[in-house]
Design a protein around this ligand. Sequence first.
Ligand SMILES: [Zn+2]
Length: 476
Amino acid sequence: MGLAMRISARFIAVGVVLAAFAAEVVAASDVRSVRLWRAPDNTRLVFDLSGPVQHSVFTLSAPDRIVIDVQGGKLATQLDQLVLSNTPITAVRSAQRTADDLRVVIDLSAPVTPKSFTLAPNQQYGHRLVVDLFDQEAGMAPSLPATTTASAPVAPVTPTQAPPKLTPVPSSKRDIVIAIDAGHGGEDPGALSPVKGQYEKHVTLALAKELQRQISAEKGFRGELVRTGDYFIPLRKRTEIARKKGADLFVSIHADAAPRAAAFGASVYALSDRGATSETARWLADTENQSDLIGGAGNVSLDDKDRMLAGVLLDLSMTASLSSSLNVGQKVLSNIGRITPLHKRRVEQAGFMVLKSPDIPSILVETGFISNPNEARKLASSSHQQVLARSIQAGVRQFFQQNPPPGTYLAWMRDNGKIAQGPRDHVVSSGESLALIAQRYQVSLGALRSANSLSSDLIKVGQTLQIPATTLAVQP
Ligand SMILES: [Zn+2]
């Protein structure tokens, strides 16, 4: 009785009672397979079902267990095939309590916080029950790498302790942070390739890792992976992770499919609130936004109270970050265009959910059509991945050399005239003289005169001047 009492008390306290027990009796659905994905801060269990079910989840302690009751469920698979290494799960057991009442018990080595939801069928999967088990030790920090799971207890800071000595941090030289988002993952394989066993999620992760390596090798830059392994992250969570990492730019890497197998070429996308700039752009945005339908956005909730405010802030900062997005996107596109055919010669715009960060310039790089057999083969080769990553990195570097965020190493380099730059345009505004402009761009007055074929130093407001390339070498 004691146990029953405790169970029912927790049952209510956990508040995940999603089942309506009095609902009509439906024919039992088979649990056809169970899949498991490990993410840095959670473990996802996916039950593939032959039809809809009702379910409830509750926790038990001493020892830690999770109980999943599936009403209208029948186990039609083995549970002992699951690979449980690197998860807090020690065993998964089941019992058929009645003909259509399945209980699954998950034995745990550490307490977890469960969240569960069901997903309706889509192109790739049928009915699913998803149970996410969030680690409690990791402090629910999704940005922590998986290596922190074996963390030693942190010594508590007592008020009597002296504050840590303030070492002079060269804050004027921080790194520019590029968040690199490998599209899809885990539950969501992304586009399918005609090459057997090749999925978009693997190609994007390999590309993202190579890009991170190259970006971090450049002084003044740091690449941060949004996804570090084969697991699913909802779209909004991806931008949230980028923000937590202090990203100056968000680059989402994809290799998508098109209805026409012959479609080929790379493209770069920025967000559009108004509508897609082309049919392909709209089609791709729709496809990408389905990711949450495939993988489920059940663990992301937007606070309703903040929604109004968020909307206002979004409008205010979106304009500024959109023009940066288009600028960096164009630079990345022209670099990619040197090594691979382009699908479109300008940055396309569409309503990609993953690009909706109001404060972080964001681009989505479509590295090629994985549905095209020729491009699928290229995308799978590590030499092509290296060249692709190099071209993206070059575009990113060019953008930040021209637009270094204040306080970064690159801003310091520019302010000290240590960055060589290609030719640019400058529109004269009131109060500017030719000498002032020359000084600002670190070019000589003579070079500025000859680049614009000026016979005198008289300039007009609104006039466009060619700023010649500077020849200073970039210091290592
Ligand atoms: Zn994709």
